[in-house]
Design a protein around this ligand. Structure first.
Ligand SMILES: NC(=O)c1ccc[n+]([C@@H]2O[C@H](COP(=O)([O-])OP(=O)(O)OC[C@H]3O[C@@H](n4cnc5c(N)ncnc54)[C@H](O)[C@@H]3O)[C@@H](O)[C@H]2O)c1
Length: 437
């Protein structure tokens, strides 16, 4: 049975914590926890105690960053799961591999080319494995697209793609409230968010990106944009501010957010509820990207983070037809009561997303395709399937190649990192400059 440690006990870590201590408790063991913030660490320790039913005096071993190697050694950890803030992924990936562990890391693998080179050097030297958890690949609707394009070759050779991703002012606005809003922490949305989208596209096209040109700006969030629209009131933070303000997130009004973030603030000063119309936002909210792939396909991509609805629209143009794919998602604030309670309520909630897939051959009839399991929680059912693929040794076969290794992790962030370089230089950037090959 493999022994796991989680580093970073925030909202996302609970997916792994719950999976290992409940569904996969016969196949995997959670043996240690680590976080900079002692309050979030103890909340996670308590969650493990509740899930495993051990006594109050038998807390799972835990510690802070300085205890990382000690915990690995004392608890005989095989694999470290990294769910910290993006900027710190490289540090823990490297330290885990140096200490003899394999790594599972949340997307994005890391945020810039310098950190990527360091991870690669240590991976090659230590021979350890890195797996990036691209849950979106596992959503049945996304697997159907891979099957149509690569197995059925339904539209022939793919010549161009138009890809539009929309983030709304509930879930999307949240990136402008916390650590993500500082580009140093997240690499901006081209890295932090679009890594999912670029990974999907690399996988759907079964190809690698070659050059990237990007253009973008902060056009909606932030103080100056709000002022230009005539807004004159700027609360310091969401907690205690006017609840009628659609953009306010009051941590004290939500049990989960209050426990996990408000009560933990005094230890590290991490404020989860900055106002989206405040100062010091260094990420873009409107981005255009042009990507050329090695096989010749050209993709235009656009990300809008202030949209009335959340989801995406894609059109693939091939020499035998066109595939149109639209998903409209229902959103919540990450880590909130709504988000955490969703699994219980999902069955009564009605459709969690609307999916349309249309196959239009150049000659012949239009085909409407209904993918299975579109009403599952957790990123279109992707989270559940991915967890099974990670933790269950009797996992189902993976003929579509959904498991993403470090190379997939590299090529997905490479588009975002090259995009950031292109934004700064205002010229196209070769992917080889980012990945060094
Ligand atoms: N695949 C997905 O769909 C998905 C969804 C949500 C989040 N994520 C990823 O999960 C990761 C965590 O996101 P989150 O929403 O849980 O964030 P969060 O802010 O809720 O949690 C981050 C945790 O990391 C800890 N931390 C920060 N810096 C640290 C350091 N230097 N050393 C040790 N611990 C540190 C914080 O104290 C906090 O507990 C991010 O990389 C994010 O991209 C992925």
């Amino acid at each position: 049975m493999k022994r796991y440690m989680i580093i970073g006990c925030g909202a996302r870590s609970y997916m792994y914590l719950k999976a290992i201590t409940t569904t996969f408790s016969r196949q995997a063991e959670l043996v240690a926890l680590c976080d900079l913030n002692p309050h979030r660490l103890s909340l996670a320790q308590e969650a493990v105690r509740r899930a495993t039913g051990v006594g109050a005096d038998e807390a799972i071993p835990g510690g802070g960053p300085a205890d990382f190697e000690d915990l690995i050694r004392k608890c005989s950890v095989d694999t470290v799961i990294v769910t910290t803030m993006d900027r710190t992924h490289d540090e823990y990936i490297v330290r885990a591999m140096e200490a003899g562990c394999d790594v599972i890391v949340e997307k994005p693998l890391t945020v810039d080319a310098r950190r990527l080179a360091r991870i690669e050097e240590v991976r090659q030297r230590t021979g350890r494995s890195i797996r990036v958890t691209f849950n979106y690949r596992y959503a049945p609707r996304n697997s159907v697209i891979r099957e149509l394009l690569q197995v059925r070759r339904a539209i022939g050779a793919i010549k161009s793609v138009h890809f539009e991703w929309l983030l709304d002012t509930v879930h999307g606005a949240d990136y402008f409230r916390r650590w993500h809003r500082d580009k140093k922490n997240s690499g901006g949305l081209l890295v932090h968010k679009a890594t999912h989208h670029f990974d999907l596209m690399n996988w759907w096209l079964a190809d690698q990106p070659e050059t990237v040109y990007a253009s973008g700006a902060l056009v909606y969030y932030g103080r100056e944009n709000a002022e230009a629209r005539g807004i004159t009131r700027f609360p310091d933070r969401g907690t205690g501010a006017d609840p009628a303000d659609h953009y306010t997130l009051d941590l004290s009004r939500d049990n989960e957010l209050k426990q996990m973030y408000l009560e933990a603030e005094k230890y590290d000063g991490y404020r989860r509820d900055e106002h989206v119309f405040g100062h010091y936002i260094s990420i873009e909210d409107d981005l255009s990207v042009l990507v050329r792939y090695r096989g010749g396909t050209r993709m235009t991509y656009h990300l809008t983070a202030y949209s009335p609805w959340e989801g995406f629209r894609i059109a693939f143009n091939g020499d035998a037809g066109r595939l149109e794919y639209t998903v409209v998602e229902k959103t919540t604030v990450s880590g909130s009561d709504d988000d955490r309670g969703r699994s219980d309520a999902a069955a009564d909630e009605g459709p969690l997303e609307e999916v349309t897939i249309r196959l239009l051959p150049l000659s012949g009839k239009v085909e409407e395709i209904t993918p299975p399991g579109t009403n599952e929680i957790g990123h279109g059912g992707g989270d559940r399937r991915m967890l099974q693929d990670i933790f269950d040794p009797n996992r189902e076969e993976d003929p579509l190649g959904r498991a993403a290794d470090h190379t997939a992790g590299i090529y997905s962030i490479a588009v975002g990192i090259a995009g950031n370089m292109s934004l700064a230089r205002e010229v196209p950037v070769a992917i080889s400059e980012v990945v060094g090959r």
